[in-house]
Design a protein around this ligand. Structure first.
Ligand SMILES: *Cc1c(COP(=O)(O)O)cnc(C)c1O
Length: 455
């Protein structure tokens, strides 16, 4: 029997059976096993980590520097610098771009906080831009009007593995002579028009923590071709590497102690694991893409559901498909709330939650909090105008929770199992009418400030 025949058979069965939320049979019947397990850890990872442990080299830099070399080559950049976290690497990327007191970065409102919140520690601030409702990445059309004389950089986030539309973003940045920082925490290895994300802007920085796509423990990494950005990133929190080797004239007089007053070295148990994970990463992502694309291909044409992925012939691809989500179109389901929709999918045996990251511009830390004792909110501590963005100012970002839901993040291509999960979504969407009656609607703010519920 071909896959198509199998799918058809299950579909027929689905159409005739009531939704599981009303007592019908569940769509997902098979045990997932290691279908969702990540990262994939083998003896090779264990041996690499044990080697560091046995040598007592946890706080050294020899393994980290090897990892940096390999990562830079993989990313197609001249320099890579390891960090203790993605948050630290992004702060160093900002410092590398000379963001200081009163300077502004433009960042999408729908992202994890560590794409921008650290800018406060540099005396800088953030202006949020809208996201595109289909890519969920920063909307290039919404950037230019937010540029002021104080804007120093655009922070782009390849959100949930989807590459940002980099061509217009780079064009705007060049025109206004501002930097582009890529936050690649969700999308390592993804392509934008054939080019690896993280190799397009002035500098890339990203998380490598265990929940992410390239998962090596608690760690981050920065990559750039710009020697000054690289050396400024070193100067901030890598004191033992901030020495006579430094060539940037403005930094030279201060070598020896970290300018940021931080210590950002990567733990070598992570860099050892990173060397092994990187070796297999492309191959494992290939299988993830095959599995995820298969899932979405099964759902083509189902009302209310849209894949979150670039078009097939665009030369762009999803990275590791981190925290995979789908786009929800309630208008095609007579307004059925995503809350009710995801309840019904969950009942089918596929845990599913509405929303993604909550819009950052609505959180009090970006509005009222005086973090450093300036006597006014930190967001505008050094600003020449009130750049805060009240509720209603970024409607697409604010509404994103009602138009997204998480989907299974398959790590293996196992068609019979993936079909069951796809059928859970198809069955609910095709039987949506039965759900309209008891629809509780959506809570005012869907989505979370920090994390998704991982399977
Ligand atoms: C996880 C994440 C970070 C922060 O990385 P950590 O390693 O957790 O410090 C930054 N940006 C985005 C988009 C993330 O998802």
């Amino acid at each position: 029997m071909t896959n198509a025949d199998q799918t058809k058979k299950v579909d027929v069965q689905n159409a005739n059976s009531p939704l599981a939320i009303f007592g019908g049979p569940k769509s997902v019947t098979k045990e997932p096993g290691d279908l969702f397990s990540w990262p994939i850890v083998t003896k090779e990872d264990e041996e690499a980590v044990l080697e560091v442990l046995r040598r007592g080299a946890m706080s050294g830099t020899d393994v980290t520097m090897e990892f940096e070399k390999e990562f830079a080559a993989w990313q197609g950049r001249a320099y890579a610098l390891g960090f203790s976290s993605g948050t630290a690497s992004l702060q160093a990327a900002m410092f590398g771009c000379k963001i200081g007191v009163g300077d502004e970065i433009i960042c999408p409102s729908v992202t994890y906080w560590a794409s921008c919140l650290q800018v406060f520690s540099l005396g800088g601030t953030v202006v949020f831009a809208e996201v595109d409702p289909n890519t969920l990445c920063i909307d290039p059309k919404d950037i230019e009007k937010r540029i002021s004389s104080r804007t120093k950089a655009i922070m782009v986030v390849h959100y949930l593995g989807h590459p940002c539309d980099m061509d217009p973003i780079m064009e705007i940045a060049r025109k206004h002579k501002i930097k582009v920082i890529e936050d690649v925490s969700h999308a390592q290895g993804g392509l934008y028009k054939g080019k690896k994300v993280g190799s397009i802007g002035d500098v890339a920085a990203m998380s490598l923590m265990s929940g992410k796509s390239l998962a090596i423990g608690e760690a981050g990494i920065l990559a750039t071709d710009d020697k000054e950005i690289y050396e400024r990133a070193i100067s901030m929190g890598h004191y033992e590497r901030f020495g006579e080797n430094i060539e940037t004239p403005e930094l030279k007089p201060f070598v020896g102690l970290p300018l940021g007053g931080y210590k950002y070295r990567m733990h070598q148990l992570s860099s050892a694991m990173g060397r092994v994970q990187l070796k297999y990463y492309d191959q494992r992502c290939e299988e993830i893409r095959k599995a995820m694309n298969y899932f979405w291909d099964l759902l083509k044409g189902v009302p209310g559901l849209r894949a979150h992925r670039p078009a097939k012939d665009s030369g762009s691809t999803m990275g590791g498909w981190y925290a995979s989500h789908g786009i929800y179109v309630p208008e095609e389901l007579e307004g059925l709330s995503v809350t009710r929709f995801t309840q019904a999918v969950t009942a089918e045996g596929c845990p599913c939650y509405p929303g993604a990251n909550a819009a950052l511009h609505l959180h009090p830390v970006f509005n009222t909090c005086d973090i450093y004792g300036h006597g006014k909110p930190t967001r505008i501590a050094h600003s020449d105008r009130d750049l805060r963005q009240p509720e209603g100012s970024l409607p697409v970002s604010e509404g994103i929770g009602t138009r997204t839901y998480d989907i299974p993040w398959f790590k293996h291509y196992r068609p019979e199992m993936i079909q069951e999960y796809a059928n859970a979504f198809r069955k609910v969407a095709e039987n949506y009418k039965a759900l309209l009656k008891d629809d509780p609607g959506n809570a005012p703010h869907l989505g979370g400030w920090h994390f998704f519920k991982h399977r």
